[in-house]
Design a protein around this ligand. Sequence first.
Ligand SMILES: NC(=O)c1ccc[n+]([C@@H]2O[C@H](COP(=O)([O-])OP(=O)(O)OC[C@H]3O[C@@H](n4cnc5c(N)ncnc54)[C@H](O)[C@@H]3O)[C@@H](O)[C@H]2O)c1
Length: 439
Amino acid sequence: MMNIGVAGTGYVGLVTGVCLAEVGHRVTCLDVSEEKIQLLKSGQSPIYEPGLDDMLQKNIREERLHFTTDRTEAYQNKDMIFIAVGTPEGENGQADLSFVKKVAVEIADTITNDTIVITKSTVPVGTNEMVEDIIRSRTNHTAHAVSNPEFLREGNAIHDAFHGDRIVIGGNYEPAVEKVAALYTPFDIPVVQTDTKSAELIKYASNAFLATKISFINEIANICEFTGANVEAVAKGMGLDKRIGTQFLKAGIGFGGSCFPKDTKALTSMSAEAGYEFRMLNAVLEVNELQHNKLMDKANEYSAIQKGTKAAVLGLAFKPNTDDTRESPAIRIIEELKHKGAEIIAYDPIATDKMKAVFPDLTYTDSLEEALNGAEAAFIITDWAQIKEQAPAFFTSHMKRPLIFDGRNCFDPGDMLDGGVHYHSIGRSGNSFRMTMST
Ligand SMILES: NC(=O)c1ccc[n+]([C@@H]2O[C@H](COP(=O)([O-])OP(=O)(O)OC[C@H]3O[C@@H](n4cnc5c(N)ncnc54)[C@H](O)[C@@H]3O)[C@@H](O)[C@H]2O)c1
């Protein structure tokens, strides 16, 4: 059993703390947000993540998991301290390390014993060295820095903690790396042990590669629209090649969320700073930017939105099964619709509260029916099951004008046409996806 401190109780810090407590460690989670800590102390999670609430409450009850705003409680007498604070996009696309630096200073000024400081936040190459330097410059206690980037997928975070594809641990002091590796033994996940800089880069390279797959299939979708091919068929035919794989080949309105946009920008910025121009990643970002306009471009083609048009925005989270709206493509669509003077109603089953922070004056609902009642156009932004399970008749019966712009290809265009819906999606030129396969 280890005594562990965790700085930051966001998606990463909270899931890390809860899962380490679940396997028997004694964990103290710290946040600067009094509100979050009060909520967590009462056993409620400030974020939506399937399975998290039960595990949180169980470990609080069994006294392995504690929450505090007091740095002494979180950092003193700990075998290890995780840094899981945000690394948002800086002014010029670089990772803003101010939160990480602040935590390093706070750890240095609080610890009363030697410890291991593990960075879970996504940080540029060289950051762990910097953390170690900051701590060394302020205290005589030793704090070995170990890089341990996080790969959880929001909406699957608990599952991923126990069944992830790999755990990456990077450090230049072998005993510290071994100690961190031992921490993960109960998870039975392959561990990649490497040097600190490589571990830091693995995280950015992984996210950049996935973002590249998305922009690639979106480019193919655009070619499909010009040529009459169907991107779903193309993706399936490509993805069955095991070297390519089926995941992240879903055409849509581009990637969003708190990681891909900022991490791809941070990697291009980090490369440029190192003297190398990452040409391909610049193109990935440019394609994504254009893709965000796709639905509105289509709506403009049909002059679908005029002043006063009743428009439903279906889905606000950047993907299903999370309430995270950071960098969601819904933001751009809502801004455009507002600009055109549309009468907007925004639907999401769980993320409306988070979007209220961005657009406080919008009309929100968690009822799909209410969103569609009397609507003259609907924009599908998140492929929530609640949306995908509907039949065309659901749209024709509720909407004043059944006109749908689907940024997630939730429906078969042929079925929608047969059902009387004017349906526009990505990369399918109105074709049904009817591909047969012999086994
Ligand atoms: N969200 C994801 O899916 C995901 C996945 C992998 C990696 N990451 C990376 O993990 C890091 C954290 O991401 P997140 O989504 O959990 O962020 P988040 O914004 O949800 O949480 C960060 C938390 O840190 C707290 N904090 C800030 N300063 C602090 C301090 N001095 N002491 C204690 N707490 C402090 C904030 O109040 C906040 O609650 C980022 O670098 C991100 O890129 C995120």
